[in-house]
Design a protein around this ligand. Structure first.
Ligand SMILES: *Cc1c(COP(=O)(O)O)cnc(C)c1O
Length: 344
């Protein structure tokens, strides 16, 4: 890896971050807070902890990552945007990403005026590490990987990802939003081995908390310090922190969801695969799967007419005639299957 200073934008490296009242006062017991111009009345009247320490302390053993290596943000989307703002000089630097993949990497590149080099996966949706590395140059700051990948559903070979991590001299982001549904060892457990690694996780999928907007980035303490410097001071609000703490009190429930969704996935995939209108379902390590249909557009509209919404991915690279189907409740899944079986 190149020195972190060389990978970081000069203005960010030299930035003096905003120092908020709750940053300056820390640690000692106090009961009279007259430092932040808050209204002393009400229940959500105080600014929240800018570094979410209680939440990180509770999350750390669950994720197997030290609290000092955790960044929390307003969804994974905040972490994605921060990666551009920290590392990529607009109109000068570029990033390399797999295609197809999650759309936010490309949108945030456009917003930050950073060149986005999309490199296709192999036809079977496996990772083409050689092609990704060949697309990099001296201005490539970041390689974006997503494993299990959205929308294809598959997790990539660990050896191929490790090859990229050890060969590329810049930052490698591995978005593991769906790793909770995969049997593969998550990369967040290997931060020690890869100083250039940033892993993304989210509360939006297995943790059933898309509404609270809470995303995680795991990385070296040095990279986390950059995230903390650039983020909005109070980027995770109090209600979100409270609700996340509550979710972390009920890990058994999360485990039950995981088991239920994996078992539903095991039933739904072969049932869709055997429909005459289905050409192929692709192996998945996520809570969704990609199905190649006889006519994705018509089937999509047919389902919408019956109040069933799936994601039409037929205009995405390598995904012609593909629908992306999320695993729902047993009832929702059988409603979908019943409708597909009646399609003429
Ligand atoms: C759903 C998803 C996320 C989650 O984003 P949030 O902003 O945390 O809701 C992140 N990455 C991928 C690839 C996703 O599919």
């Amino acid at each position: 890896m190149k020195p972190l200073q060389e990978l970081t934008r000069k203005n960010i490296w030299e930035l003096t971050p905003y120092s908020c009242a709750r940053d300056e006062f820390k640690g000692r017991a106090a009961s009279v807070f007259l430092d932040a111009n808050e209204n002393p009345y009400g229940t959500l009247n105080r600014y929240p902890d800018p570094l979410q320490e209680q939440l990180k302390a509770k999350l750390s053993p669950v994720k197997g990552v030290p609290a000092s290596r955790i960044f929390l943000g307003n969804g994974s989307d905040e972490a994605i945007d921060l990666v551009y703002r920290i590392f990529c000089e607009p109109r000068l630097d570029n990033v390399v990403a797999i295609a197809p993949t999650y759309g936010m990497y490309g949108v945030c590149a456009d917003i930050n005026d950073v060149e986005y080099r999309a490199v296709p996966l192999h036809d079977d949706f496996t990772l083409d590490a050689g092609a990704l590395l060949a697309a990099t140059d001296e201005h490539t700051k970041v390689i974006w990987l997503c494993s299990p990948n959205n929308p294809t559903g598959n997790a990539f070979q660990r050896a191929a990802i490790e090859h990229i991590l050890t060969t590329f001299q810049g930052i490698v982001v591995v978005d593991e939003a769906y790793s909770d549904f995969s049997a593969a060892r998550p990369f967040r457990l290997d931060l020690d081995r890869f100083p250039n690694l940033i892993v993304l996780n989210t509360f939006s999928k297995l943790w059933a908390s898309a509404a609270i907007r809470l995303g995680m980035a795991f990385a070296s303490e040095e990279i986390i310090a950059l995230f903390n410097k650039v983020k909005y001071p109070y980027n995770v609000n109090q209600l979100t922190q409270q609700q996340a703490l509550k979710m972390l009190d009920d890990l058994q429930h999360v485990e039950l969801w995981r088991a239920t969704l994996l078992s539903e996935r095991a039933h739904l995939l072969p049932s869709v695969a055997e429909l005459p209108i289905c050409k192929a379902v692709y192996p998945t390590d996520a809570n969704f799967f990609l199905a190649r249909m006889s006519d994705a557009d018509q089937i999509y509209c047919y389902l919408v007419d019956r109040g069933i919404i799936v994601r039409n991915r037929s205009r995405v690279q390598l995904c012609g005639n593909c629908l992306r189907i999320t695993i729902g409740t047993p009832d929702e899944n059988s409603t979908l299957l019943g409708a597909l079986r009646q399609y003429r």
